[in-house]
Ligand binder design. Structure first.
Ligand code: ACM
Length: 404
């Protein structure tokens, strides 16, 4: 990162040998660029800071109900329609009556921009993992391609947050679309993993659908839950056929197996524990310990509006990604942990930094430092040194810890 401070002094440091190695292979942060869109230069700053704290995986949440953020050349309406919403909710979703700002909002990264980001991240030892969410969180796509839903639409790119009932219909046309999309995605992102979402998919439309009934009969599926497993298995097979592996949110194993999948446990640790016991690789991101969109300070009225929840710095630091009820063999499947930053209520870049730092500093030790060497008091004292560094780098980190 370019420092705004001119170096005018010659510095001398003693020669030392450092022996150091990370505890986990997956040391991640995510960034939701779908709910709010941040330009590539901002993402580069995110990457710079990640590199400073030895993170090695950036999970970009590129698609959601409220916007599609990746150029797909074969489907131009994803850029023309899905990337834009008419307006955005003002205030918290729970505030009634709901109010909207009346301002068209959106944007997307071109493939060239994303390829440059991939290079930029790679030069800093960070792999970008793209997430294309399916079969739920697909309203923005359906606004452009309503034929991919079970009922005909019309649909609009969502202007508020939540879980929406209109989802991809598991028909051939949808699989063709998604395979074409994923083929372009895999051309841009050379890493081993493609995140295919899989979370929060209501089955209301599938229950009502004649097409789904036929797909269930043809594939001997007993329920809509099994239909979701069938959906994820098909996508996983396609991704595997290109030499890559899927990551999915823990819902992907709710009602069946998805061989070769890596599970991202977010609804707590239970999904990850069950998966590791079955031999799946797991990335631990339980919301209670890893969701950086939650409040970080108990005095909520002094804080910017968030989605809710409470995750103070100390609680991030105390999190151990390896649950103590796993055996040694099962624990090997815990690839690491990740801080998740969903951005429903994060409208500006300075707030991204505020929510991520210094909690990301705490997480970085969870995934790097051997358990027996961790100490919160020691961390806090070292964090004070980091605060000078973050000031120099013009990072808008949350400063509550300075009073602790
Ligand atoms: C999620 O927070 N829906 C993965």
């Amino acid at each position: 990162i370019e420092s705004p401070v001119k170096i005018t002094k010659a510095w001398l440091i003693p020669a030392v040998q450092i022996q150091d190695a990370p505890r986990f292979p997956h040391r991640g942060l995510s960034l939701d660029v779908a709910r709010h869109f941040f330009p590539a230069d901002s993402v580069k700053k995110y990457i710079d800071l990640m590199a400073l704290y030895k993170f090695n995986r950036l999970h970009l949440h590129l698609t959601d109900d409220q916007g599609w953020r990746i150029e797909i050349k074969r489907y131009p309406k994803l850029q023309e329609i899905s990337a834009w919403r008419d307006e955005t909710l003002i205030g918290h979703l729970d505030n009634m009556p709901r109010k909207y700002d009346g301002i068209r909002y959106g944007g997307y990264y071109t493939q060239d921009e994303l390829k440059e980001l991939v290079q930029y991240a790679a030069a800093r030892h960070i792999t970008i993992i793209p997430e294309i969410d399916m079969p739920g969180h697909a309203t923005a796509v359906l606004a452009a391609y309503p034929e991919l839903a079970c009922s005909g639409g019309p649909f609009k790119v969502a202007r508020e947050w939540g879980v929406f009932k209109d989802v991809f219909c598991p028909k051939e046309e949808t699989f063709t679309f998604l395979e074409n999309v994923l083929s372009e995605v895999m051309q841009i992102f050379p890493g081993k993993y493609i995140h295919i979402g899989g979370d929060e998919c209501p089955k209301d439309r599938w229950e009502e659908s004649e097409i789904c009934k036929e797909v269930k009969i043809a594939n001997n599926l007993q329920s809509d839950e099994q239909l979701q497993t069938y959906f994820i298995q098909r996508i996983a097979k396609f991704v595997n056929s290109k030499g890559k592996q899927i990551i999915g949110w823990d819902e992907i194993l709710d009602s069946g197996d998805v061989p070769g999948a890596t599970v991202m446990s977010w609804r707590g640790e239970e999904g990850g524990i069950a998966a590791a016991k079955k031999g799946y690789d797991v990335i631990m991101t339980p919301n209670r310990f890893c969701y950086f969109d939650y409040y970080q300070w108990r005095k909520r009225d002094e804080e910017p509006l968030t989605i809710g929840g409470y995750l103070p710095l100390s609680m991030v630091y105390m999190y151990n990604p390896v649950p103590n009820n796993l055996t040694k063999e099962q624990s090997v499947h815990i690839l690491g942990s990740q801080g998740n930053l969903f951005t429903e209520y994060i409208t500006e870049w300075k707030q991204v930094e505020y929510m991520a730092y210094p909690r990301a500093c705490a997480l970085s030790e969870n995934v790097w430092t051997p358990l027996e060497l961790k100490s919160y008091d020691d961390f806090l004292s070292r964090l004070r040194t980091q605060s000078a560094r973050l000031d120099l780098l013009r990072v808008n980190y949350a400063k509550h810890f300075l009073g602790q």
